[in-house]
Write a protein that binds this ligand. Structure first.
Ligand code: AMP
Ligand code: AMP
Length: 313
């Protein structure tokens, strides 16, 4: 069974995005102030990009199951009304994009955002990433999933988002992935963690696309989730919250203790190093305290080098 996209998907993405901007169905402002920072943690250099985007203050606050914008997405924002081997998904633009063509895969039926990604959701995400990557070699796409009350998610209906990386930005997770051979999700192989970075983060390098077998994606995801659940339990968390980043090369999962630091919201993009500020006050907090301090506070202490125990997940 295949998760192939229409061959003109990429063209549709751009033309539909431009049309939605023109008709003001999307709230998109290129009035961004960005700054790239290379921060040293011990011997490691971690890239952060801060973005100030005042138009984000127009965005509605949290959705609810009753007031759910994903129950019937706007036609102007809908890229594919049906996608998946069972027609189980829709592909829709994010109404408040920060970069062009920022879109999401939504489940057609309501499913809670707090549930782990299923095997079909992982396969669909990977198929979309692979198609985008092969079509436009100069764009670096990633998918992200904010799950749980402290993850920075704002909508309860299940959605996986897709965005491109800024030019010149190399995520710490990518640098870490390249230090290793592909991950083997068995009891002996530990996901990667950079001991210089103070918060718990788990990276699995993926094999070449042609070598990925049917159940591998689920096995990789579950291995990262096991480590995440162990960290949450070990720190007495009363919730299951994490960020998940997926590219064609690696997966990253980060357990979360809080969805914000002093009012600065952090989601998967933030934990990946792309820190978005809705106003000058938030940017001042990030600049004065340091993005690295904020990520440390919204995560949990690193477990790099600590051997797993028998009662771990
Ligand atoms: P999250 O914050 O991870 O739950 O992602 C939900 C995303 O949905 C946010 O980034 C919003 O910008 C976006 N959003 C909110 N309302 C709508 C809408 N009516 N149509 C499309 N996207 C929306
Ligand atoms: P949220 O509603 O919390 O999901 O977040 C804001 C929206 O902006 C999300 O849909 C993210 O995709 C996106 N976003 C967050 N941080 C960044 C960033 N630094 N650069 C570009 N987009 C971002």
């Amino acid at each position: 069974m295949s998760y192939d996209l229409p061959s003109d998907f990429h063209e549709r993405l751009s033309s539909k995005f431009d049309a939605a901007v023109k008709s003001k169905s999307l709230v998109f402002s290129e009035d961004l102030k960005t700054k790239l920072i290379h921060h040293s943690f011990g011997k490691s250099v971690v890239d952060f990009q801060t973005t100030l985007l005042p138009s984000l203050t127009d965005r509605p606050p949290h959705g609810t199951i009753e007031a759910n914008p994903f129950a019937s997405p706007e036609p102007e924002l809908t890229i594919l009304d049906s996608y998946g081997t069972q027609d189980e998904f829709k592909i829709v633009f994010n109404k408040f994009p920060v970069v062009p063509n920022h879109f999401m895969v939504l489940t057609k039926e309501f499913k809670p955002q707090a549930t782990p990604l299923s095997s079909t959701e992982l396969k669909a995400t990977f198929a979309i990433l692979t198609a985008l990557q092969s079509h436009k070699k100069d764009e670096q796409w990633f998918a992200f999933y904010n799950s749980g009350p402290q993850s920075g998610a704002s909508q309860p209906h299940k959605h996986i988002q897709f965005m491109t990386l800024p030019n010149g930005f190399v995520p710490y997770a990518e640098k870490l992935a390249y230090t290793s051979d592909p991950f083997l999700p068995n009891a002996r192989d530990e996901p990667l963690q950079n001991g210089d970075i103070p918060f718990a983060h788990f990276v699995a390098r993926l094999p070449e696309i042609s070598e990925i077998e049917d159940d591998d994606l689920t096995a990789f995801f579950v291995s990262l989730l096991q480590r995440t659940l162990t960290v949450l339990r070990g720190n007495g968390a009363k919730h299951i919250s994490y960020n998940f980043i997926f590219t064609t090369k690696y997966m990253l999962m980060v357990p979360r203790s809080s969805n914000n630091y002093k009012g600065v919201g952090v989601n998967s993009c933030g934990i990946f190093g792309l820190v978005l500020c809705k106003d000058q006050e938030s940017l001042d907090i990030v600049n004065s305290e340091g993005a690295q301090v904020i990520l440390e506070r919204v995560g949990f202490p690193s477990t790099a080098g600590i051997k797993g125990e028998e009662h771990d997940y």
